[in-house]
Design a protein around this ligand. Structure first.
Ligand SMILES: Cc1ncc(COP(=O)(O)O)c(C=O)c1O
Length: 405
């Protein structure tokens, strides 16, 4: 690999890694799960927390205008009007907001795919079934391209469909979904399109999908590097005005998005620090494009190394055809028997962690996958070390859990 691509440097010549508070003894190749924040943003958040604790009364009394200023900055980054953007603590909360605000009748249908984030899908099912409506899960092959995926989703629409929910980038399978094409197709139907953009925010240059019947949400703590506890939900018009925060509080009488500013005594310093994180990253690395490009190059490099390394212990090809892949978060197929269910995925993830690697392991359709993530702090050595160690760790974990023992 080209020497210059091996690690990203800041505009001042420091290593990308030095910007983050991550433990240098660990190889962090799972940014996709909980993200990581610049050190200076964490310090900024600590200052905000100190101000909160120094005078809690003043803090909460003066919160709405500070939320508004951050919302304006985030809106600029996301290329949407700030009047369409509300603070939610995380993507799960955003989903709860949407599905608890919906009016559904018995027999109505909500379409999701089999790639939906498990915890979100569980919550959606509970809220939908409470109203006598039900969830229709569409199976989408990992290899399905844009047109096939769009067709599979639209074919599932019936006169009872009220909502379609899609991941912009799925978690376990790290693939994109054709959210713009589905939004276009549903535009005049009155069916609400809910887009889980948990991974899209920051990773994609222009992630928010807008429309009169579209709700989009994304986590600020994943690719955008904000502290955990901050996400945004984007909606406009009547759809927006029918949404209330999951924590009903004093803001309830306000319009959207202001009614989301006060969610009881919830600490919003993560949200207030999110714009700082986005600004810090852009300043440190000369914009977001170099970060996205670096992590795409390293993601592909890491996947290629791992595919080659797993070849000798695999009975089929570790390289899989992912329909709409994400270069910064590639997926590699594990040998049969590894991570074939939730429990064995957990064991393998723990075994990687014991060896000093934090990496995503998932199960889809009875097969195990490794999802690697690259970001501004990732270095070629992280993926080289992982590719060198992974076959042994996988083989040992599979052997330890095989029925013969
Ligand atoms: C696609 C997707 N949606 C939703 C979530 C939930 O995010 P949170 O736990 O921050 O609510 C995740 C978390 O990884 C995710 O990957």
């Amino acid at each position: 690999m080209d020497e210059r691509a091996r690690r990203l440097h800041t505009v001042l010549g420091d290593s990308g890694r030095s910007v983050f508070a991550l433990d240098p003894a660990v190889r962090h190749i799972n940014h996709g799960s909980y993200g990581a924040s610049p050190r200076v943003t964490l310090e900024y958040q600590a200052q905000l927390k100190a101000a909160l604790d120094a005078n809690p009364m003043r803090w909460f009394e003066t919160l709405p205008p500070r939320h508004a200023a951050v919302r304006d900055e985030l809106a600029q980054f996301l290329r949407v009007p700030s009047s369409t953007l509300a603070w939610v603590p995380n993507a799960s909360a955003a989903s709860t907001v949407v599905f608890s605000s919906l009016e559904l009748d018995a027999g109505d249908e909500v379409i999701v795919t089999d790639h939906a984030y498990g915890a979100v899908a569980q919550g959606v099912t509970r809220l939908v079934e409470r109203r006598g409506a039900h969830v229709v899960t569409v199976g989408v092959p990992l290899s399905a391209g844009e047109e096939q995926t769009r067709a599979l989703i639209l074919d599932a629409v019936t006169p009872r469909t009220r909502v379609v929910m899609l991941d912009q980038i799925s978690s376990a399978t790290a693939r994109r979904f054709p959210v713009d094409a589905v939004a276009d197709a549903l535009a005049d139907t009155g069916i609400l399109l809910v887009i889980d953009g948990a991974h899209g925010l920051g990773l994609l240059e222009d992630p928010v999908v807008s429309g009169d019947h579209v709700v989009w949400f994304g986590n600020l703590h994943k690719y955008a590097c904000g502290p955990r506890g901050a996400a945004v939900l984007a909606a406009r018009g009547d759809v927006a005005q029918r949404l209330w925060p999951a924590i009903d509080s004093w803001g309830a009488a306000e319009p959207f998005p202001q009614r989301f500013d006060l969610q009881g005594s919830l600490d919003s310093t993560a949200f207030l620090s999110a714009a700082h994180a986005i600004r810090t990253m852009a300043t440190a690395f000369g914009g977001w494009s170099p970060i996205r490009e670096h992590s795409a190059v390293l993601g592909r490099y890491g996947a290629d190394l791992l595919i080659t390394a797993l070849g000798p212990i695999s009975d089929d090809d570790p390289a899989i055809d992912v329909g709409m892949p994400v270069a910064q978060q590639p997926l590699v197929r594990l040998p049969r028997g590894a991570a074939h269910d939730g429990r064995s995925a957990r064991s393998l993830k723990d075994a990687f962690a014991e060896d000093g690697f934090e990496v995503g392991v998932s199960t889809f359709g009875g097969r195990g996958y490794v999802r690697i993530s690259a970001h501004a702090y990732s270095e070629a050595e992280d993926f080289e070390a992982f590719a060198e160690r992974a076959p042994r760790i996988i083989a040992d974990t599979v052997a330890a859990h095989s029925p013969a023992r």
